[in-house]
Ligand binder design. Structure first.
Ligand code: SAM
Length: 345
């Protein structure tokens, strides 16, 4: 294999190789390229025609399913605005404990030969309540969890907190009282907007009250969330950067304390990371759902009204606090405050 210099005004390095070498190169590249980020892929593909062809095929597959086949429904990207074919992030269907930046794992995406595996750091759910003998200490003993007789039933109504069967229950994954636990439940696509970046649109009719998805990502300590908030604010002020760090508070029964969940889907997350803000509350509502036996509740999204095909899915990011350097809001609702809500960390 030899490197050939081109005699253009700005010389470019290109590989030139014989047919046998090229076949070997493509074979190796098939195993490596799916692990690369968008810019790494672009750099590599500019070095030779075969890699360019392969990288184009990977890009097409990536744009056809943001979920990397972790969801049962594919989630395509659609961009008629600019040249970004997809957004690059690692996919997880559940909450994960964070890994420090340099240890962020790579996850193949867009390969025709390698199936992606979930990021390997600890699932937040793998920590649960146990009794002195090590048995799960909460949950139900139902064989079939039918209706309100199951002690874990409690997802109906407008309460901010719901309950479901979980790892502490005798029933299995097929139990009908675990319907927020099977990942994305409706067809959606990710659409590029000139002002808001990527956003999520319904690809089917969704009835009021229907469950859509949970908000997955890295579960951070408040200290780490504050550090990342500051870092993300700096990046956003330079433009072209969207963070997806959500802070949720659950008021505990005493009324005197609250549980604060910091979920960062910026680097690792699921489709929920694409839901944009609307000052009028949008068409989604959130509920913290506790699965019996799991230590942390999960933030789940439900339709707060009937949603038609092609409607953008939005919700309110929280209370608006006027900040001189707040990011501009383009929700376009009659009640728009002009500024995006920002967490006072
Ligand atoms: C959770 S992400 C949503 C997905 C994001 N639009 C993207 O391209 O990845 C939150 C970020 O989206 C953008 N965003 C969300 N709602 C917006 C709105 N109403 N107006 C302007 N930007 C918005 C802001 O950059 C915000 O920090």
């Amino acid at each position: 294999m030899v490197m050939a210099e081109e005699s253009e005004s700005v010389p470019k390095k290109r590989w030139s190789c014989n047919a046998k070498e090229e076949a070997l190169l493509v074979q190796c590249a098939e195993l490596v390229l799916p692990y690369l980020t968008q810019s790494e892929l672009a750099n590599v593909s500019s070095t030779c025609k075969s890699l360019l062809k392969l990288s184009r095929a990977i890009t097409l597959r990536r744009a056809s399913d943001a979920s990397r086949a972790f969801e049962t429904l594919p989630v395509p990207f659609l961009n008629t605005i600019d040249a970004h074919p997809y957004a690059h992030f690692l996919y997880t269907r559940s909450l994960l404990l964070p890994s420090p930046l340099p240890l962020l794992p790579r996850q193949p995406w867009g390969s025709s030969v390698i199936s992606p595996s979930s990021p390997t750091h600890l699932r937040a759910e793998s920590v649960g309540f146990v009794d002195a003998s090590g048995r799960a200490a909460s949950g139900c003993d139902c064989e079939a969890c039918a209706g309100p007789t199951c002690p874990c039933a409690g997802l109906d109504g407008m309460d901010d907190v719901g309950r479901e069967c979980g790892p502490g229950c005798r029933c299995g994954p097929e139990c009908g009282n675990r319907f927020t636990r099977n990942g994305l439940a409706v067809k959606v696509r990710i659409v590029r907007d000139e002002k808001k970046g990527w956003g999520l649109k319904a690809d089917q009719f969704i009835a009021k009250g229907e469950f859509l998805f949970e908000y997955s990502g890295e579960l951070l300590t408040t200290k780490e969330a504050q550090k990342r908030h500051q870092h993300y604010d700096e990046l956003a002020s330079r433009g072209g950067f969207s963070s997806a760090l959500l802070v949720v508070r659950e008021h505990l029964p005493s009324g005197k304390a609250c549980l604060r969940l910091n979920i960062d889907a910026t680097r690792i997350g699921n489709v929920a990371r694409f839901v944009n803000h609307s000052c009028d509350g949008g068409n989604l509502s959130t509920k913290l759902v506790r699965s019996s036996g799991a230590l942390f509740p999960r933030l789940c999204f439900f339709a707060s009204k009937d949603i038609q095909v092609d409607e953008e899915l939005t919700f309110s990011y929280g209370e608006i606090r006027k900040r001189p350097n707040g990011l501009p809001c383009f929700c376009n609702s009659p009640s728009c405050f002009g500024t995006l809500p920002s967490e006072n960390t």
